[in-house]
Write a protein that binds this ligand. Sequence first.
Ligand code: DX5
Ligand code: ZN
Length: 216
Amino acid sequence: MIKIAPSLLSADFSRLADDIKTVKTADYLHFDVMDGLFVPNISVGIPVLKSIRSCTDAVLDVHLMIERPVRYIKAFADAGADIIVSHVEADQPQNIIEAIETAKNCGKKAGLALKPKTPAEVVLPYIRQLDMVVVMTVEPGFGGQSFMADQMYKVAAVRKMIDKMNPGCELEVDGGVNPETAKLCINAGANVLVAGSDVFRAADRAARIRELKGER
Ligand code: DX5
Ligand code: ZN
């Protein structure tokens, strides 16, 4: 089954609770955290996640685009994250392992995200411990960028690793997903699609979520 995770980065932050209701048919809610260091933008963090947790039962898929994420895993777990994704480039391996273990010890799912220039093999040492791998199809930092189709080889490579070593692990694609590029992602082996601008721009968001899944 294909899952859709609307990215709240493209929602209206002055009326988040209302926007969240408009995407309640989605599988996950994707929450992008940016620190102005790991990426050249600053978004939202722990207090906003806590407020969102109080107004929805949705699965909160938290994408940490921050340096040394291990410092904040417990805080995001306590604030109500369900899946906590760190960037593999954001720290040295020992701390990445600790970030994954901390999320698990808090009873949460743990994921690792890869920037476009990061090769698939980088996730190999961690893959058996992961609940999700995220392949970025834009340079992280901003919504509304163009899809990088050249990342599909990486989605296919990670799919092979997952099938061989940890079949329960989810494979998410993040960036530039629309009904056309969604097909490429699904064909390459992704099972979770993040879509920010495409979903929140749509007049009928529930219909758009169905369309992204390949249902009409
Ligand atoms: C980019 C974020 C994405 C972003 C996707 O750094 O990680 O989740 O919101 O936005 P769209 O779907 O508009 O490319
Ligand atoms: Zn994201």
